[in-house]
Each structure stands twice: as structure tokens, then as C-alpha cells.
Design a protein around this ligand. Structure first.
Ligand code: LLP
Length: 383
């Protein structure tokens, strides 16, 4: 079991997020080791977690940022990331956000439609700048993940369909205020098989070759993010298999001279270093069930309610007690406010600390104030 300073938790109001910075550092070091290739550039997908303490660590390790809103660009700049290391995606960029991105001097806009490209061209002209752009292509690949987090199928709202790509590339090349740098792809999130990534490489190779024949060369190929993590056994796999992941692209992508590959990893960077820590308020005997009612709910961690996701649940206060079945539920007035059903856990008492593991990605950042609850604070393993 991961180590938690439970005696220090006693002083703190719950619920809160707890981040193991040494695990984050080891994860960042492993990414750097396995992505070692002068052509590979890793951008952290800030949507996974924008906690300033986490961002500063990732910035200091030399990564870039993948942002999807003006707010994320501002958070990245605040944490010390250079504008030139920020890429910016999203199907609905507002004029104000585009202007902020231009002023920040970002590395690249990942453009998702023709009307968006036209607005970027116009706003860049007004600002007296040339906007670097990559076109986000919808590669129509099934990533075999949850339907809400699969993004690369033709039916999804993301990216430019393959049938329209050629025309939009032609348009981009004729624009005075955009510079077409590359192509961008992202097929989905929490992908636990390597095959969808191989299919993506093959699709990219075919496209790149097709355009090279027409004399169009792309400086950068952005393959998005999506590498999954082990939610069931976080202590067995605290660091995802980055070696296999990066080797897949090394071995399957045919790169031409001077071409760069961009990665946008979110979950795999930060998920395992974070846990949501909550206290047990009541143990309630139902007719057929025993409920442990905890003081965190879907307001602090919405993934179980929204995606039917399961985060490993641990009783930190009495890890060795006799085991019983519990439904672990929160205090919110929604039946979906449930973290686990029939969980076999060491006997739970009022006041016990419970950890919801692997919550470092899409946990704190997706917290809400529903039921007028305050946003959860965060604490770190190091001061
Ligand atoms: N690049 C793009 C264009 C994306 O849309 C995403 C995630 C990423 C990169 C990072 O993907 P990652 O490496 O984290 O898989 N809230 C959901 C996940 C939504 C992911 C959205 N896009 C969840 O809690 O599972």
C-alpha cells in the first residue's frame, strides 16, 4: 500500500486531495528517460490537473503544455511555462481566447474546423501576427474506451474529417496570417491497449505520404494523449508503461527529415500521484446493505458518477481489520453519488480515513460546488 501520513491527516479538515510529489517526480523522470529522442516533444495536458503545485513541478521538469481554454493558457503562464511551449486545442475557441493565445505567442493552435481557421487568420491579421497552426484530424479510429472519452470516431465532434482535410489544407496554405505547421490527432483517453496507437501510426503514415507526394511537408505530427493507467492496482503499476508507449511511436511512425512528434499526455502523468482523502461520517445498516457514508462526494470526484469509473478504495485508519461489504457513498442528494458498491473492506468506523486512489487526473480539476459545497483543498507529501 502507498504510504500516507495518516497521523498528520488528523489535523486537517476533510475531504482534501493529497499528492505524492515523489511519485510525480519519478513519473516525470521516467517519461524523460523513455521519450529520449530529440524528435519527441511532450506537452502535459493541463486539463488533467491544473493545481499550481503540480504544474510548477512539471514545468521545472522541462515539459510543454497542451491547453484547451484561455484559462488553461493563463494557468500555464502563471506556473512559468513559456508561451512558445504551449499548444492550444479545442472545438470552440472564443475570439477572446484566440487573442490571448496570439498575445502569449503560443507554439501552435490545433485547429478543429474551417470556420475556426478563418477566424484565427482574421484575428492574427488584426494583431499583426502570423498564427502557427496544426490541423486536428479525426482519424476515425476506435480507441476501445468509454464512449464519453473516445474522441477519434467520425461521429465525434472533434477534428476535421478525412474527406474535408485536403481542401482545408489548401485554404490554410493560401492564408497570409497562418503558418501551417502540422497535423494533430487524439483518439481518446484511458487507452489500455497498444493496438489503437499502432493503427493511429499507420493512418498517419498513409496521410503524411499522400501529402508529401503533393509536395506538402508537415514539420510536426501531434499524436495527442490517451495512455491509460491501472485504476484497479495503483500500487502494482504506479508508473504507466511509458517505454512501450513511446517505443510504439518510435517503431511505427515513419518520420521524415526534421519532423517532430508531439505528445499530449495528461492522465498518465498525474493520475497515480493523487488521492482523495475523506473521513467516514456514519456507518448505516440498510435492509440488505451496509453503507459507509463519507464526507466526500461527486462534488470532489465526479468520475464514478459521470463515467461509472472505479477508483480503488482503501481504509487508511484500520487496514488490517476483519473485512465486510460496504457501499461507499457520499453526502450529495443524488443516487449516483456512490464511489463503490459491495466493496470488501476492513471494518469501517466513524472517523476512519478513506483514500480514493488514482485521483490525480480529472479529480480536483473537475470538482464542483453543487449543494453549495466548498472546493476541496490540496496537500502535498512535501511542504
Ligand atoms: N489531447 C487532447 C486533444 C485531449 O482531448 C485530451 C483529453 C488529451 C490530450 C489528454 O488525454 P489523456 O492523456 O489524459 O488521456 N475527464 C475524463 C477524460 C477526458 C479526456 C479529454 N481529453 C476522465 O475523467 O476520464
Amino acid at each position: 500500500m502507498a504510504r500516507f501520513p495518516v497521523s498528520e491527516f488528523k489535523e486537517l479538515p476533510t475531504p482534501f486531495y493529497f499528492y505524492d510529489l515523489s511519485l510525480l517526480d519519478r513519473t516525470l523522470a521516467e517519461i524523460k528517460r523513455t521519450a529520449r529522442d530529440p524528435r519527441f516533444k511532450v506537452h502535459y495536458a493541463i486539463k488533467a490537473n491544473a493545481n499550481p503545485g503540480i504544474l510548477r513541478r512539471i514545468q521545472a521538469a522541462g515539459f510543454g503544455v497542451d491547453a484547451v481554454s484561455g484559462g488553461e493558457i493563463a494557468a500555464a503562464v502563471e506556473a512559468g511555462f513559456e508561451g512558445g511551449k504551449i499548444v492550444y486545442a479545442g472545438v470552440g475557441k472564443s475570439d477572446r481566447e484566440i487573442i490571448l493565445a496570439l498575445e502569449t505567442g503560443i507554439e501552435c493552435f490545433n485547429v478543429e474546423s474551417l470556420p475556426e481557421l478563418e477566424i484565427i487568420d482574421e484575428l492574427a491579421r488584426k494583431a499583426g501576427r502570423k498564427a502557427p497552426v496544426a490541423l486536428r484530424v479525426n482519424p476515425d479510429i476506435d480507441a476501445h474506451t468509454h464512449e464519453y472519452i473516445t474522441t477519434g470516431l467520425a461521429e465525434n465532434k472533434f477534428g476535421i474529417n478525412l474527406g474535408q482535410l485536403s481542401e482545408i489544407i489548401g485554404t490554410a496554405q493560401e492564408m497570409d496570417n497562418v503558418e501551417l505547421r502540422g497535423l494533430h490527432f487524439h483518439i481518446g483517453s484511458q487507452i489500455t491497449e497498444i493496438e489503437p496507437f499502432i493503427l493511429l501510426c499507420e493512418k498517419i503514415n498513409r496521410l503524411v505520404e499522400e501529402y508529401e507526394k503533393k509536395g506538402i511537408r508537415f514539420k510536426s505530427i501531434n499524436v495527442g494523449g490517451g495512455l491509460g493507467i491501472d485504476y484497479a492496482e495503483p500500487d502494482r503499476h504506479p508508473i504507466p508503461d511509458f517505454e512501450t508507449y513511446f517505443n510504439t511511436f518510435r517503431n511505427h511512425l515513419k518520420l521524415s527529415e526534421g519532423q517532430e512528434v508531439h505528445f499530449e499526455l495528461g492522465r498518465s502523468v498525474v493520475a497515480q500521484c493523487g488521492s482523495l482523502i475523506t473521513r467516514v461520517l456514519y456507518v448505516k445498516e440498510g435492509v440488505t446493505k451496509r453503507f459507509a457514508i463519507v464526507d466526500a462526494g461527486m462534488t470532489e470526484l465526479i468520475r464514478p458518477a459521470l463515467y461509472n469509473a472505479h477508483h480503488k478504495i482503501e481504509n487508511l485508519s484500520s487496514p488490517n481489520g476483519e473485512r465486510h461489504h460496504y457501499d461507499i457513498v457520499g453526502p450529495i442528494c443524488e443516487s449516483s453519488d456512490c464511489f463503490g458498491k459491495d466493496e470488501l473492506l476492513p471494518a469501517i468506523r466513524r472517523g476512519d480515513f478513506i483514500a480514493l486512489r488514482s485521483a490525480g487526473a480529472y479529480g480536483e480539476i473537475m470538482a464542483s460546488q453543487y449543494n453549495c459545497r466548498p472546493l476541496p483543498p490540496s496537500y502535498f507529501s512535501e511542504k
